[in-house]
Design a protein around this ligand. Structure first.
Ligand code: URA
Length: 205
C-alpha cells in the first residue's frame, strides 16, 4: 500500500473510535469499562476475525485478543498456517461487560440490545478493512454479522454470505474451547477449530 493509503486507514479507524466515544446513548454498563477496544491488523487482510467482546485483560491493555482466549486463538492460527500478518482481529462489542464481584470482574455476555448498538460500528469497520473473508468466532459475532440469532454448531464450517453479500465463515469462540472440562474432548474440539481456520484461509486464498 502507498503511505497515503495506510494513513487513510489509520485515520478511518481513529474516526470510528472517536464516533463511538462521542455517542451519548452508550449502554449504561459501558461506564464501568476502562476504554473501548478497537480492531487491529492490516487493511485488506486474508481473514478478518470477529470475536465477542474484550475480556478483562483486553479492557486493561486496550488491545483485542491478548488474554487467555486470544493466546489460544493465536496458537491455533499458527498451527493452521495462517500468518499473523494476514489476520485482522476485532470484536462485535467494543467494551468489556462485566459484573463486579469482590475483586474479580466477571464476564457477562452481551445481550441482543448490546449487539444491535455496536452493529453499525462493526459494519463500518468491515467496510474500512475490506477483508477477503470474515471469520465469526461464536454466537455473538455470528449474530452481529448476520443481524439475526443462529446456532453456531449448525452453521460452523460453511461459507456463507452476510446481508451485504460479503462472504463469511462461522466457527466457535476460543473461550468455548477453554471451558471444555474433559481433556480429550477439549483436544478434539481444538483440532476442529484449527481445521476450521485452515479451511477458512484456503477458501480465502
Ligand atoms: N474474547 C473476545 O471475544 N475478544 C477478545 O478480545 C478477547 C476475548
Amino acid at each position: 500500500d502507498l503511505p497515503t493509503e495506510n494513513g487513510d486507514f489509520a485515520e478511518a479507524q481513529a474516526a470510528l473510535r472517536r464516533d463511538l466515544l462521542a455517542r451519548n446513548d452508550l449502554p449504561p454498563w459501558v461506564a464501568h469499562a476502562t476504554q473501548p477496544v478497537m480492531g487491529e491488523g492490516p487493511r485488506h487482510p486474508l481473514l478478518m476475525f470477529v470475536g465477542e467482546q474484550p475480556g478483562d485483560e483486553e479492557d486493561i491493555a486496550g488491545r483485542p485478543f491478548v488474554g487467555p482466549a486470544g493466546r489460544l486463538w493465536n496458537k491455533a492460527l499458527e498451527e493452521a498456517g495462517v500468518p499473523r500478518g494476514e489476520a485482522y482481529v476485532t470484536n462485535a462489542v467494543k467494551h468489556f461487560k462485566f459484573k463486579p464481584t469482590g475483586k474479580r470482574r466477571l464476564h457477562q455476555s452481551p445481550d441482543a440490545g448490546d449487539i444491535t448498538f455496536y452493529r453499525p460500528f462493526l459494519q463500518r469497520e468491515i467496510g474500512i478493512v475490506q477483508p477477503r473473508l470474515i471469520v465469526t468466532l461464536g454466537a455473538t459475532a455470528l449474530r452481529a454479522v448476520t443481524g439475526r440469532a443462529m446456532p453456531v454448531t449448525k452453521m460452523r464450517g460453511s461459507l456463507l454470505r452476510d446481508p451485504e453479500g460479503r462472504p463469511f465463515y462461522p466457527t466457535v469462540h476460543p473461550s468455548y474451547l477453554l471451558r471444555i472440562p474433559d481433556p480429550a474432548g477439549k483436544a478434539r474440539e481444538y483440532d476442529r477449530f484449527v481445521e476450521d481456520l485452515g479451511q477458512a484461509a484456503a477458501t480465502a486464498r
